[in-house]
Design a protein around this ligand. Sequence first.
Ligand code: F6P
Length: 333
Amino acid sequence: TRRIALLTSGGDAPGMNAAIRAVVLAAQHYQAEIYGFYHGYNGLLNNEFTLLTQADVQGIIHRGGTILKSARCQEMRDEQGVKQAVNVLLKNKIDALIVIGGDGSFNGLIAISKQWQGQVIGIPGTIDNDIDGTDFTIGFSTAVNTGIEAIDKIRDTADAFDRVFLVELMGRHSGHITFNVGVSCAAEQILSFENFQAKDEKKLLNKIAKQITDAQQKRHSSYLIVIAENLWPGGSQALANNLKQLTGIDCPLCTLGYIQRGGSPVAKDRLLATKMGVAAVQAINNGQSNMMIGEQNNSMLLVALSTAIQHQKQVSQTLVEAQENIFALTEKN
Ligand code: F6P
């Protein structure tokens, strides 16, 4: 029997449990054994694992988080840590390793594969959707829906008082969540990596200040700005302060933060996770290694791990253009 190790690593994402379930059930189908390592790569370093069976993955498809726990593991950035991980894989006679995570987790996989003969396969699981070679990562769709639900609520109170709000969304250094949520919530302003350059900061600030004054004085309407974390020089609070200074109008910052990481996965993430989990076990069965499971245009495919982490995937150009065209219209009115 093939012995496959499995772990979840980095920021947890809704749908990771659905992927674990799919891996375990597919492995059973292909008569392989799944050893679940706890707390990301730490479980590998500390030899902390359990044999996962069908019973362990019952009733988890709808649960956020990850039953295997997760962590960011500093040791895996050093030669020594990678060696230790390889020793544990050898000691337990593991044939293949599947890691569900983002780019940092894939770096760990690549490092392991340089010192280990076993097969390594990555499954993209992160709310950020910043992995190249797959249209979507597991967790992104749920995070977008969570953002939409929260901002729809902020819109209600903003409308009731004709108020201005600045809402900050996660995404590390990518704007997928911010852009998709912003468009879905008809935000008056989307500030994301796609449409922002630090050198235009002053110009943009004045433009937004003018729009806010206009919205409040002439139209008596709410005005929502969504902003990607790590975007504004000096932080989102600095932007909120500057807008207040320029307009005299309150512009409270509402940081959605970790709420975006949790919750029950939406259909799209459950389905993607299930397809990817099965594809990962099949890839191992077919002798593949150093590959990430991706989905493009509704088809599963294998992408070299090195390609997946080479560039950060950009927000869909069609979406950016659609927003620009809608925006040109609203700015004229
Ligand atoms: O990668 C997922 C993510 O939630 C990012 O959106 C965010 O920038 C980061 O993780 C937060 O990291 P941590 O969990 O280490 O605080």
